[in-house]
Design a protein around this ligand. Structure first.
Ligand code: SF4
Ligand code: SF4
Length: 472
C-alpha cells in the first residue's frame, strides 16, 4: 500500500506546467461533471449571454456599456461620462478595486472560478469544443502523439477553424464595447478597403483571442494575470478557498477490496489531479495556479460517493477552518476593507446621483482686466464653455444672480446672442464670449464675487462663480 504525508516539500520549486528544461507541459484535463460544475455552467453561460446581448441593449438611446478610450467617452448603464466626469469614473474604478480586494480576502478566488471571462471562455466554450471534436483527455493525448493521419488532420483543422471563428466573434463583441455596435456594423458591412484600420484591429484582436484560448490557456492565470499574481498578498489563513482536508485525507493510500481502512480517506486515485485545468495537485495545499474552478471538488465527491465516505474531502474551506476547525468570522482586515468599500461606494453613488446634465466653465478672457465705460460702469470680458451631458437638445439662458444690478452682454449679432442664450446639440459643446457690466456702486473693491445662473426655461441647471475685477 502506498501512503504518504503532506506536504510534499518541493512542489513550490517547480511550475506544474513546465518540465525540468522549462518546456511547456500541455495540460489535458479530464472531463468532469457534478453539482459545482453544473452551477458554474449556469452562471457562466448566463454571463456569456449577457456579454453578447449587452451591446444591443440601449438605455435612453445609449448603450448599456461603452468604453470608448479613443474618443474618451464612457457610458455605464446608459449614463454618459465625459472627460470632465473622469473623477467619478476613477472613484467607481477604485470602489471596484476595493470590492475585488475585499471579496478576495473573504472568499478567495471565487471570481476566477465563477465569473472570470478567461475561465468562462476557456472552460465553457473552447474546452467543450475540444472534447466534442477530439474526445476526452486520453483521446486528446493519443491524438497529439499520433502521426499525421487523415483523422488527425481533419480533427485539428476543424478544431482550430472553429476556435478561430469564435475568436473573431469574441473580438467583434469586444470591439462593440469600445466603438459601439453601430460603428462595428458599419465596419463589418463596408468594403475592407474603406476600413483598413478597423479591419486590422479586428484581426489583431481575433489573433490575440485565438492565441490565448488555443495556445496560452492556463498560463494566462499563472503568468500574465495581475489579479492572479496578487493572490499571495490578498489571501490569508481565513480566506475561503478550494482546499484539501489533509487532516481527514492523510495518510493517503490505495483502497484494497475487503481490507479494513486504517488510514486517511484519500484513496490516492488522482482524479482531482486528472481534472485540474491548471495541472496542479490540490493536495499539496493552496497554490498560485489554482483558479478555484471546483472541478477537483466534484471529482473527489464522486469518489467519496463510490467508497461510501462523506463528501467534502476537497471543499470550500479556509486553512484555519481545516487546521483548527475555526468558523468564518469578520476579522479586523475584513472590517477595515468593508468600511473603505462602503465609503467609496457612497461617495461614487452620491456623485453619480447628483451629477448635472450640463457642465460649464466661465473664465475671464486671458490678458484682460477691466474696461471703464462711458456711462461710468465697469465691464469684464469672459469666455464661457457649456457641455451637454445628455442626448436632449437644450437652449441655455444666462442670467446674473449676484450682484443683481449688473448686465450680461453676449458677443455676437445672432438672435440667440442678443438673448444671452446658447444652443446645445445632443452631447454638444457651445462656446461664447461675453461682457459682464456693473455700476461701480455694486462692486466691493478690486475683486467682487459674481454668480451666474444657467437656466433652461425656468429651471436653474447650474450656477457658475467667477471674480469680477475693478479699479480700486
Ligand atoms: S480525488 Fe479525492 S480521493 Fe482521489 S486523490 Fe484526490 S483527494 Fe484523494
Ligand atoms: S486545484 Fe481544483 S479548484 Fe484549483 S484549478 Fe485545479 S481543479 Fe480547479
Amino acid at each position: 500500500m502506498s501512503s504518504s504525508t503532506l506536504p510534499k516539500a518541493n512542489f513550490r520549486d517547480t511550475l506544474a506546467t513546465a518540465d525540468q528544461t522549462g518546456k511547456r507541459k500541455w495540460v489535458y484535463p479530464k472531463k468532469q461533471s457534478g453539482r459545482f460544475t453544473i452551477s458554474r455552467e449556469i452562471v457562466g453561460y448566463s454571463l456569456l449571454a449577457f456579454l453578447f446581448a449587452a451591446p444591443f441593449i440601449k438605455v435612453g438611446g445609449y448603450p448599456l456599456l461603452l468604453i470608448n478610450i479613443l474618443e474618451r467617452k464612457f457610458v455605464i448603464f446608459g449614463t454618459v461620462f465625459f472627460p470632465q466626469d473622469m473623477y467619478i469614473l476613477v472613484l467607481i474604478f477604485l470602489s471596484f478595486l476595493a470590492f475585488i480586494i475585499l471579496f478576495t480576502v473573504v472568499y478567495g478566488r471565487v471570481f476566477c472560478g465563477w465569473a472570470c471571462p478567461q475561465t468562462i471562455f476557456l472552460e465553457l466554450v473552447f474546452r467543450k469544443i475540444e472534447y466534442l471534436i477530439e474526445g476526452d483527455y486520453m483521446k486528446q493525448k493519443a491524438l497529439d502523439k499520433a502521426e499525421w493521419t487523415w483523422e488527425k488532420i481533419w480533427k485539428k483543422t476543424l478544431k482550430h477553424s472553429v476556435f478561430f471563428a469564435i475568436a473573431v466573434l469574441i473580438a467583434n463583441v469586444f470591439l462593440s464595447y469600445i466603438i459601439g455596435i453601430e460603428k462595428l456594423y458599419q465596419i463589418i458591412t463596408s468594403p475592407t478597403s474603406q476600413n483598413i484600420g478597423g479591419f486590422a484591429s479586428m484581426m489583431a484582436f481575433s489573433g490575440a483571442f485565438y492565441f490565448v484560448f488555443a495556445k496560452f490557456r492556463e498560463q494566462v492565470c499563472a503568468i500574465a494575470c495581475p489579479y492572479g499574481r496578487l493572490q499571495g498578498v490578498m489571501l490569508d489563513r481565513e480566506s475561503i478557498v478550494v482546499a484539501y482536508d489533509y487532516k481527514r485525507g492523510e495518510p493517503r493510500g490505495k483502497m484494497r477490496k475487503g481490507e479494513e481502512r486504517k488510514i486517511g480517506d484519500c484513496i490516492d486515485c488522482a482524479q482531482c489531479v486528472h481534472v485540474c485545468p491548471a495541472g496542479i495537485d490540490i493536495r499539496n495545499g493552496t497554490q498560485l495556479e489554482c483558479i478555484n474552478c471546483t472541478l477537483c471538488i466534484d471529482a473527489c465527491d464522486e469518489i467519496m460517493d463510490k467508497i461510501s465516505k462523506p463528501r467534502g474531502l476537497i471543499r470550500y474551506a479556509s486553512i484555519d477552518g481545516i487546521e483548527k476547525g475555526t468558523k468564518f468570522h469578520f476579522n479586523t482586515r475584513r472590517i477595515a476593507y468593508s468600511v473603505v468599500l462602503l465609503a467609496l461606494l457612497s461617495v461614487a453613488g452620491g456623485l453619480l446621483f447628483t451629477r448635472g446634465k450640463i457642465d460649464a466653465t466661465l473664465l475671464r478672457a486671458q490678458g484682460t482686466t477691466f474696461q471703464k465705460l462711458e456711462n461710468g460702469n465697469i465691464s469684464n470680458l469672459y469666455n464661457i464653455k457649456i457641455i451637454n451631458k445628455s442626448h436632449d437638445e437644450r437652449t441655455i439662458h444666462l442670467r446674473l444672480i449676484s450682484p443683481e444690478n449688473g448686465t450680461i452682454k453676449m458677443i455676437g449679432d445672432s438672435q440667440q446672442a442678443q438673448k444671452n442664450e446658447l444652443r446645445l446639440s445632443s452631447e454638444g459643446i457651445a462656446e461664447s464670449s461675453l461682457f459682464i457690466e456693473f455700476p461701480k456702486s455694486a462692486l466691493k473693491g478690486i475683486h467682487t464675487k459674481v454668480e451666474i445662473g444657467l437656466y433652461q426655461g425656468e429651471e436653474l441647471m447650474k450656477t457658475l462663480d467667477t471674480k469680477f475685477v475693478a479699479p480700486n
